[in-house]
Design a protein around this ligand. Structure first.
Ligand SMILES: O=P(O)(O)OC[C@H]1O[C@H](OP(=O)(O)OP(=O)(O)O)[C@H](O)[C@@H]1O
Ligand SMILES: O=c1cc[nH]c(=O)[nH]1
Ligand SMILES: [Mg+2]
Length: 209
């Protein structure tokens, strides 16, 4: 699968397995997602642009490299994206944040938008869209469709879990958007849930249902 980055680091895989357990508490599910997100941030920012700046050490002046976090925008797909956003921001605190509110219509599984708020000057920014689940792919495609209207410099998509159907839908619609995921599960069930999966990410993060 081209343009899919499977983050198979043992720390990520270990935490994901703990999150899948049906008896994981809301507290531990949220904490594990936060920890995995920091590790995913490490992967997705690997090729970030850097610039040289002069820095004075206690001994002499040298040149060091810094990233311009303000050029980066994390776009969280509400509501479950919040679970990834928090971990990403703890690693890149200077990043800007956009929100797009989408829910899946339970019958048609199409994405319904209810909120959209982005920072200014999106045409000069690199976007990382975050949502734990890429299932049918309808939500991710709808989010990227909207973001492309703003002509950003680049778009990447980070999720925790996906499946062949979700990857295909994204790649058919947005082949230029790389997908970073911790796992590609077996399949979708007839209700659009990922199998074996981890259930409803939003409900597990927020303790709803
Ligand atoms: O790939 P898809 O089939 O579109 O499914 C994935 C979407 O489903 C979940 O959100 P949900 O609609 O449950 O909303 P929530 O985050 O408010 O719970 C998840 O967080 C994704 O946004
Ligand atoms: O398995 C799934 C599919 C969509 N959304 C979820 O939260 N979980
Ligand atoms: Mg949900």
């Amino acid at each position: 699968m081209s343009n899919v980055h499977l983050v198979d680091h043992p720390l990520v895989q270990h935490k994901l397995t703990l999150m899948r357990r049906k008896d994981a508490s809301t507290n531990s599910f949220r904490r594990l997602l936060n920890e995995i997100s920091m590790l995913m941030a490490y992967e997705v920012t690997r090729d970030m642009a850097m610039q040289d700046i002069e820095v004075e050490t206690p001994l002499e002046t040298t040149t060091g490299k810094v990233i311009d976090g303000k050029k980066l925008v994390f776009v969280s797909i509400l509501r479950a994206g919040t679970g990834i956003l928090d971990g990403m921001l703890s690693v890149v605190p200077g990043a800007r944040v956009g929100h797009i509110g989408l829910y899946r219509d339970p019958k048609t599984l199409t994405a319904v938008e209810y909120y959209f708020k982005m920072p200014s000057e999106m045409e000069s920014r690199d976007i990382v869209v975050v949502d734990p689940m890429l299932a049918t792919g309808n939500s991710a495609v709808a989010a990227v469709d909207r973001l492309k209207e703003l002509n950003p410099k680049s778009i990447k998509f980070v999720c925790l879990l996906t499946c062949p159907e979700g990857v295909k839908t994204m790649q058919d619609n947005h082949p230029d958007v790389p997908i970073y995921t911790a796992a590609i599960d077996r399949e979708l069930n007839s209700h659009g849930y990922i199998l074996p999966g981890l259930g409803d990410a939003g409900d597990r993060i927020f303790g709803t249902k």
